[in-house]
Design a protein around this ligand. Structure first.
Ligand code: 9MR
Length: 569
């Protein structure tokens, strides 16, 4: 599990930005400050100082000291931080530190694409190439003509394309929704800050390079086209709603290559939550794609309006927790947040009073900002309303929303006053905790955009430090980034740990992270008694701590793009 003493000097194993915060955590029970030295790649000391004693870190239970070497502004590679004769992993200090991760965390989505052959040249080598999956070519039985589960519908639908959700090959509208929103929002945010060129045409490894459309939008469109296909056609019962999900009738084993999956694929009952995810992301699509493809934007807006109307007519069709055979349930018993989010996106795109009324009459409109995740999406709507220029709300209402977001960001900053600076409470290490951490950092980054206050950028960047190695396990949770990075994430194709002929997950794949609930057999067997922040295993079998997922990688991609932007000091 990575003993606390292996490498007690915990750093961001990728490194630090010259103009960013530079702190590390040392595991030590010493009650007096310790001397530290920063050494360059030749071993020469370039800075020195003494630690601050922090004491017990709540989430890990470890005794900690803090090192702040932020006064050092040099750059280079191969730095080490040495405390008591023990060196950290080597790291860089570089202005281009996050450029690679910005691209690789987005390339993950290309590699998760269903219904298209994955090209070695785009995927980082022949090990990652594979034939198209789920186009109805034997032994595949989907996804070009998919029946419903018994009793749900009496027709078939073409729902090809989209991204596989995670280590499994299901496609779930609620999780596709938040992941798509984050990618498109990343572009919208970058455009406001002047950083969108880095996500523009021919910047990423996608097949649509060179088509005149920003590559991040090309990638998101692959999923948007799938989400649009999941809408119940006109003339059918529940027209305008979205099917909740499509996946295999039975869970497949590890490994299962997508093109060799022989399970029957099935559409599961439409849900209000899925319908509102479609309404929100299609409304966002209409706004953001309009300058590049007005016909596509119009198609999105029409789908969004129809989804909204259908959700209003069917406001309580809930996906049940029991529906988890062959795929995840993505159950949701409260869709008030999805209503708020969809209304916010439709308002930001159209300015129409019907959507404004839905926003302002929602109790969520004035409530404190809560953490967002696939089952709780109100804050996505709040971010849109607070940041998109010209939203048709009274100015004082927008000001109030901005205040609620910065208040939430300040809350995350105070949570970061622990031994490991993580914007997550010690009791919140749940399934996918790394995405909770990254999503909270996104709120800090939004607060930075809204206020320009450096402390918020510092919070977002120090969150990257946590994810990339400054943590209880001395672990980078991002494949390919850092000396001790995760490499055995749970996945049916990147299943090297189970089958040496298959690859490890590609660089930029983001592990779910510590889950104190011990929700899989491997975690239960090996992690009993773990402190919350240490409940993690780099084992392909530990799907509750070590899976990858589109919603999680989307948060990482958003944050990486933010961190990679060049900013004046
Ligand atoms: O991310 C989901 C997490 O919040 C839930 O607690 C967990 C159990 O229901 O499911 C997670 O989502 C998984 C989905 O159900 C199936 N594909 C893989 C997802 C990531 O583990």
């Amino acid at each position: 599990v990575g003993a606390a003493t292996d490498f007690p000097v915990r750093v961001n194993q990728l490194g630090y930005l010259p103009d960013g915060p530079k702190r590390a955590t040392v595991v030590s029970s010493a009650t007096a400050p310790l001397a530290w030295q920063l050494r360059d790649s030749s071993g020469a000391q370039v800075a020195a100082g003494t630690t601050t004693v922090h004491g017990a870190d709540q989430a890990s239970g470890q005794s900690t000291h803090l090192v702040d070497f932020g006064a050092y502004t040099g750059a280079g590679s191969g730095f080490t931080l040495v405390v008591g004769g023990l060196a950290s992993h080597p790291f860089d200090i570089s202005a281009s530190l996050y450029d690679g991760l910005r691209a690789d965390s987005l390339n993950f989505f290309y590699q998760q694409r269903s219904g298209i052959a994955i090209d070695a040249a785009l995927a980082g080598g022949s090990a990652y190439a594979r034939p198209a999956g789920h186009l109805g070519v034997a032994p595949n039985k989907g996804d070009t003509s998919v029946p419903c589960q018994t009793g749900v519908c009496d027709y078939r639908l073409d729902v090809r394309g989209g991204w596989y959700d995670a280590g499994d090959q299901g496609k779930y509208v609620v999780n596709g929704g938040i992941a798509t929103w984050e990618l498109v929002n990343s572009f919208e945010r970058a455009r406001r800050s002047g950083g969108d060129a880095a996500l523009g045409d021919s910047t990423l490894r996608v097949p649509e390079r060179g088509n005149g459309v920003p590559d991040v939008l090309d990638e998101a469109r692959w999923e948007l086209e799938f989400l649009l296909r999941m809408q119940v056609p006109d003339g059918k019962p529940l027209a305008g709603m979205a099917f909740h999900k499509i996946h295999d009738a039975q869970w497949t084993g590890l490994p299962t290559r997508p093109e060799l999956d022989d399970q029957q694929r099935e559409l599961h009952k439409p849900s209000t939550a899925a319908t509102l995810n479609l309404a929100a992301t299609a409304a966002q699509c209409a706004r953001v794609y309009a300058p590049y493809d007005s016909a596509f934007a119009a198609r999105c807006l029409d789908a969004a309006r129809r989804a909204w109307t259908a959700a209003r007519a069917n406001p309580n069709v809930l996906a049940p927790p029991s529906d988890s055979t062959g795929g995840g349930a993505y159950e949701d018993a409260d869709v008030s947040d999805e209503f708020y989010w969809a209304a916010a996106e439709l308002l930001a795109t159209t300015g129409e009073s019907q959507y404004r009324d839905a926003v302002t009459s929602s109790p969520l409109h004035t409530k404190p900002v809560d953490a967002f995740w696939w089952g709780g999406t109100a804050t996505l709507g709040r971010i849109t309303l607070a940041t998109v220029p010209g939203v048709a709300l009274p100015a004082d209402d927008v000001t109030r929303l901005r205040g609620l977001l910065t208040t939430a960001a300040d809350g995350y900053l105070s949570t970061m006053g622990e031994g490991y600076a993580v914007p997550l409470a010690a009791d919140a290490y749940v399934w996918g905790s790394n995405s909770s951490v990254a999503n909270n950092a996104m709120v800090m980054a939004v607060a930075y955009e809204l206020t320009g206050a450096t402390r918020y950028r510092t919070g977002a960047l120090e969150t990257m430090d946590y994810l990339l190695g400054r943590n209880a396990l001395d672990r980078s949770y991002v494949s390919g980034y850092g000396e001790r990075a995760s490499e055995n994430e749970h996945h049916r194709f990147w299943a090297h740990q189970n089958d040496a002929s298959l690859p490890h997950p590609p660089a930029g794949s983001f592990a779910g992270g510590p889950d104190a609930g011990l929700e899989d057999p491997v975690a239960k067997a090996q992690l009993a008694g773990c402190a919350p922040a240490a409940c993690y295993l780099d084992d392909i079998g530990s799907y509750s701590t070590n899976e990858v997922a589109i919603n999680w990688n989307a948060s990482l991609a958003w944050l990486s793009a933010f961190a990679a932007e060049r900013r004046a000091t």
